[in-house]
Design a protein around this ligand. Structure first.
Ligand SMILES: Nc1nc2c(ncn2[C@@H]2O[C@H](COP(=O)(O)OP(=O)(O)OP(=O)(O)O)[C@@H](O)[C@H]2O)c(=O)[nH]1
Ligand SMILES: [Mg+2]
Length: 415
């Protein structure tokens, strides 16, 4: 696709530091990465410490004046606020600054819009964008057209940017119906998988943690892995043979981020929910990131919000090659932890062993002698379980194996 070179947006990032908040710098650093991914250049940062966000203008009057002169000094085209602005805050700031006003949500939506490739992804993004725009169009029709080009104007819904509220409502209803039918399709696929009894592991984690790189390294898939936020939007599933020859399905998922816009969570629920139907979760952490602890916390929160609970989690501390010396395992409680480098493939063997150990926990250990007339049951074990030993004797076939609990009734010896 040929894209005309547009004038680069030069933005000033604006954040509010609430009492007790220590990671405002990291949050703005991440916002700057988001802006870069969306094609803008960060030329300045402004932080105001406040007890609460200013309800009318996000920051206070003094800061607004400061931003005004900065916009002029730095020849900036607009600002991006680190939190989602209310429609009123956005309008007021726009009036005060007479510049393009954006927020974190708008930037994330823009990135998603540029990345969505499947029909499901496109519907989801457009839905989220329309919901975001719906309230912001109300009462100040010119606000959206003031965005001009660039961030906030991309996406499947691009041409409908100037749509009035009534049409937006209609379009939202239509998209919701479309989404429903896509969802049903996804559910059918999921059911098929469940029937095949092949265990599913969902790879989840903060954006840019290395989820796609890991899936590629394990299965030889060629999913785009990039040093960009939200490289992956659509879940991809690949199968993997474990050393015991048991098969498992691995699903790569969309990354999480702090302050993930709720419009997106709603719209992407069925995609995000891949984790809900998995047998286990591989939580990939970028151990080389100074914010790793906070990122893990965000992932836990998001999983909880999606009601993904009580699943065995393997925490995978990735990017060990970037760390010097001994592998880092952070201090927290988890069922299983592994240190790897998806890039150099170090530790992948450990990871596979851990996955097997976990699967084994969900299995029943058996020591049996099968009469030759029941040899078919051993085929079942081989297919769904893990056959450890098989000896042909006079009494029958001696077998030791791990068998999935749900298969167990089918392989009991008739006596
Ligand atoms: N040094 C190092 N870099 C890694 C490792 N694993 C992944 N990366 C890099 O980290 C960046 C992000 O990797 P991805 O696999 O795209 O991350 P992701 O979690 O799929 O990210 P999103 O899809 O954007 O949420 C890429 O530039 C990878 O090359 C690793 O073990 N070591
Ligand atoms: Mg990815």
């Amino acid at each position: 696709m040929i894209e005309l070179k547009k004038e680069t947006e030069r933005v000033i990032l604006v954040g509010v530091c609430l009492p007790g908040q220590e990671d405002i710098d990291a949050s703005l650093e991440e916002l700057s990465e988001l802006a870069k991914t969306a094609g803008a250049v960060t030329v300045g940062k402004v932080v105001q410490s406040r007890d609460q966000v200013h309800p009318g203008t996000y920051v206070g009057k003094g800061k607004i004046d400061e931003i005004k002169s900065l916009l002029w000094e730095l020849d900036a085209t607009g600002i991006i606020c680190d939190d989602e602005l209310s429609p009123a805050q956005m309008k007021n700031l726009q009036d005060e600054l007479d510049a393009k006003v954006m927020d974190r949500t708008l930037v994330i939506l823009d990135i998603f819009a540029a990345r969505a490739s499947t029909s499901e992804g496109k519907i989801q993004v457009e839905l989220a964008q329309l919901k975001y725009r719906q309230t912001r169009l109300a009462g100040f029709g010119t606000a959206m057209s003031r965005l001009g080009g660039g961030i906030g104007t991309r996406g499947p819904g691009e041409k409908k940017l100037e749509m009035d509220r009534r049409l937006i409502k209609k379009r939202i209803a239509l998209l919701n119906r479309e989404l429903k039918s896509v969802k049903q399709h996804r559910e059918v696929t999921r059911e098929k998988r469940a029937k095949s009894r092949i265990p599913v592991a969902a790879i989840v984690g903060y954006t840019n943690a290395g989820k796609s790189t890991l899936l590629n390294a394990l299965t030889g898939a060629d999913i785009l892995a990039e040093d960009k936020l939200f490289a992956t939007l659509d879940p991809t599933t690949r199968s993997l043979k474990l050393p015991s020859s048991q098969e498992i399905l691995l699903t790569d998922t969309v990354g999480f981020i702090r302050k993930l816009p709720h419009h997106l969570i709603d719209a992407f629920k069925s995609t995000l929910e891949e984790a809900k139907y998995a047998d286990m979760i591989l939580h990939v952490v970028d151990a080389s990131n100074p914010q790793a602890d906070e990122q893990m916390f965000t992932v836990y929160e998001t999983l909880q919000g999606l009601k993904v609970q009580d699943k065995p989690i393997i925490t995978v501390f990735n990017k060990q090659d970037r760390l010097e010396g001994i592998p880092v395992i952070r201090d927290f409680k988890a069922d299983y932890t592994v240190s790897i480098s998806a890039k150099t493939k170090a530790g992948l063997g450990d990871l596979l062993e851990t996955i097997e150990a976990l699967l084994r926990q969900q299995k029943v250990y058996i020591e049996e002698v099968y009469p030759y007339s029941e040899a078919g049951k051993i085929q079942l074990i081989r297919k769904y379980g893990e056959l450890l030993e098989e000896n042909y004797t006079e009494e029958g076939i001696q077998v030791t194996a791990y068998v999935p609990a749900d298969i167990y009734p089918q392989i009991v010896v008739n006596r």
